[in-house]
Design a protein around this ligand. Structure first.
Ligand SMILES: Cc1cc2nc3c(=O)[nH]c(=O)nc-3n(C[C@H](O)[C@H](O)[C@H](O)COP(=O)(O)O)c2cc1C
Length: 195
C-alpha cells in the first residue's frame, strides 16, 4: 500500500496548522488508493542540524537523526501542511528537510499552505528545496487564506472549494508517489549519494 505522510510543520502552541492537518487527513482517509498518516514535527523535537557530515553522505551519527531518517524512509510521498513565516518556510520544517537526504529522494511532495495570502510564498520557497532533495513536487496546491478560510483568524472553516482543491492535490501526490516507486528500489547506497 502506498503510504503518505501528512507533515504538520507548525510547532507553536495554539497553532492553526493542527486543524488544517486533521481536515486533510480526514478527507484523505476516505480514499482507498493510499494510506495517510500524521507526522507532527512538534512531536519529533529535532534540534538544528548538528551532524558533522553533510546528510547527503548518509553517515548519520545522532540517534535523533537516525530516528527521523527511519520516519521519513517509511513513506512514499508527503503532504506538507505549512504556515508562511516571514514570507518563507518555518524553521522547524527547513531543519527537518535538511537533516536527512536519501530518505527524501524520489518521493512525491504536495503542499497545503496557509497565511494572510494563502501561504503561497512559503510554498514558492519550498519548491526549489524539493528539487535539491530530488523530490517531485506536484503542481496542485491548497492555499488557505486566514481571511476567508478561518473565522476570526482562529477557527478553521475552509471555503467549500478547498475540499475540491485538496482532492486534486491528493490525486496528484498519490499518482506520483506510485509512479516513482521503481526509482526507490533498490534504496540508494551511500556511494551513490552526492557529497
Ligand atoms: C513567526 C511568524 C511569522 C509570520 N509571518 C507571516 C508571513 O510572512 N505571512 C503571513 O501571511 N502570515 C505570517 N504569520 C501569521 C501566520 O499566518 C499565522 O500566525 C498562522 O496562524 C501561523 O500558523 P500556525 O498557527 O500553524 O503556526 C506569521 C506568524 C508567525 C508566528
Amino acid at each position: 500500500m502506498t503510504t503518505i505522510a501528512v507533515i504538520l510543520a507548525s510547532t507553536r502552541p495554539g497553532r492553526r496548522g493542527e486543524a488544517v492537518a486533521r481536515w486533510a487527513l480526514d478527507l484523505a482517509s476516505r480514499r482507498d488508493d493510499a494510506a495517510f498518516e500524521l507526522v507532527d514535527l512538534a512531536a519529533n523535537a529535532l534540534p538544528h542540524v548538528d551532524e558533522p557530515v553533510p546528510p547527503a553522505m548518509g553517515r548519520y551519527t545522532h540517534p535523533h537523526t537516525r530516528g527521523w531518517a527511519r520516519t521519513v524512509a517509511r513513506y512514499d510521498g508527503f503532504v506538507f501542511v505549512t504556515p508562511e513565516y516571514n514570507h518563507s518556510v518555518p524553521g522547524a520544517l527547513k531543519d527537518a528537510l535538511d537533516r536527512v537526504y536519501a530518505e527524501w529522494n524520489n518521493k512525491a511532495a504536495a503542499f497545503i499552505s496557509y497565511g494572510m495570502d494563502g501561504g503561497v510564498r512559503a510554498v514558492e520557497a519550498l519548491r526549489p528545496i524539493m528539487a535539491a532533495l530530488q523530490m517531485a513536487d506536484v503542481s496542485a496546491q491548497v492555499a488557505l487564506n486566514m481571511h476567508t478560510d478561518f473565522t476570526g483568524f482562529r477557527e478553521f472553516t475552509p471555503a467549500p472549494h478547498q475540499a475540491d482543491a485538496l482532492a486534486t492535490l491528493l490525486d496528484q501526490v498519490v499518482t506520483w508517489s506510485k509512479a516513482l516507486e521503481p526509482l526507490r528500489a533498490p534504496r540508494p547506497t551511500v556511494s551513490s549519494r552526492r557529497s
